[in-house]
Design a binder for this molecule. Structure first.
Ligand SMILES: [Zn+2]
Ligand SMILES: [Zn+2]
Length: 302
């Protein structure tokens, strides 16, 4: 099953169509809340974690993202973007504008560099022309992460994400299920997931993948590899009982893994913050021979 977004009007016309599922297939993000919640969680996790300095640094960036979403909001008419061919915010459908670069400039001038290395990256980025930044952003959006320095990528992606999450929040469309098996990329912007999350309470333990770029969440059935759809011999690893709300879900068929975070076990979980804080679990899972099939916007491979 994969998910497609159609205009709300069209959905009303198709109201009797049997492919419309009763369970919510897609949640568009709420940028006004998401960054505030994330920054708070990062700060809490930083008080008792071996990566405390890094978590505090991430909290600082996320607080700036929260301010940007609040004070420099974008408002775009996106009604023409819903079509049968592409996810609405994919590059094929919506060429990249330069709006995100204003966010980057704002971020770079507001951040307090905590280390010499970060100060250097900020300086380096400020030297880039608009075209160079545009090219780097396109590499990242096309998944060519090794074409951009990992430290620069963090700032570029954080700025892109504020832009895309706002666009995603303004789409007036409804998700419907299609009978194909491609569900590993975001149906809104075509980016990789961070991890999957079992949402708190109301949705009866349904599992959703969370987009690393636009922050939308889309439904994927449980106990199933999110990359290749294999349902046999799925294994789960966790560090200990205390942390068991965070597990890695590992597939024996394609040897990939993705974290699954359970808000029913810990209602405070925030997907990006908790993914960073449980980095040791990634290392242990990779030692078992599995490769991560998602990406965290604060952890770019060098
Ligand atoms: Zn997305
Ligand atoms: Zn698989």
């Amino acid at each position: 099953m994969s998910i497609k977004i159609i205009p709300q009007k069209q959905l009303e016309q198709q109201a009797s169509n049997s492919v419309i599922r009763q369970i919510p297939l897609l949640f568009f993000p709420s940028p006004q809340n998401i960054y505030v919640h994330r920054a708070k969680r990062l700060k809490t996790l930083a008080t008792n974690n071996q990566f405390n300095d890094y978590l505090s640094f991430c909290a600082q960036i996320v607080e700036l993202q929260a301010n940007l979403a609040k004070q420099n909001s974008v408002n775009v008419d996106l009604s023409h973007l819903l079509n049968d061919k592409y996810p609405p915010l994919s590059l094929n459908n919506l060429p990249l504008s330069n709006v995100w670069q204003e966010y980057l400039n704002n971020l770079l001038s507001s951040i307090t560099a905590t280390t010499e290395q970060i100060a250097l990256v900020i300086e380096q980025l400020k030297q880039n022309t608009a075209q160079q930044l545009h090219d780097k952003a396109l590499h990242l959006l096309n998944g060519k992460f090794d074409c951009v320095d990992g430290n620069e990528a963090l700032f570029i992606w954080s700025s892109l994400s504020v832009y895309y999450s706002q666009l995603a929040s303004q789409i007036k469309g409804k998700a419907i299920a299609e009978s194909t098996d491609k569900n590993c990329l975001c149906p809104v912007c075509n980016s990789m997931p961070v991890a999957s999350i079992i949402q708190l309470g109301s949705n009866n333990g349904l599992r959703y993948l969370h987009c690393s770029l636009c922050e939308s969440e889309w439904y994927v059935p449980r106990i199933k590899c999110t990359t290749c759809d294999n349902m046999k011999d799925i294994q789960y690893f966790s560090l200990d009982v205390e942390l068991s709300a965070t597990k890695t879900e590992c597939c024996d068929a394609c040897h990939s893994y993705l974290k699954i975070l359970d808000q029913d076990k810990d209602p405070h979980i925030e997907i990006i913050a908790d993914d960073i804080a449980s980095l040791i679990l990634d290392i242990k899972t990779e030692e078992e021979g599995f490769a991560k099939s998602g990406m965290n916007p604060f952890i770019f491979a060098q």
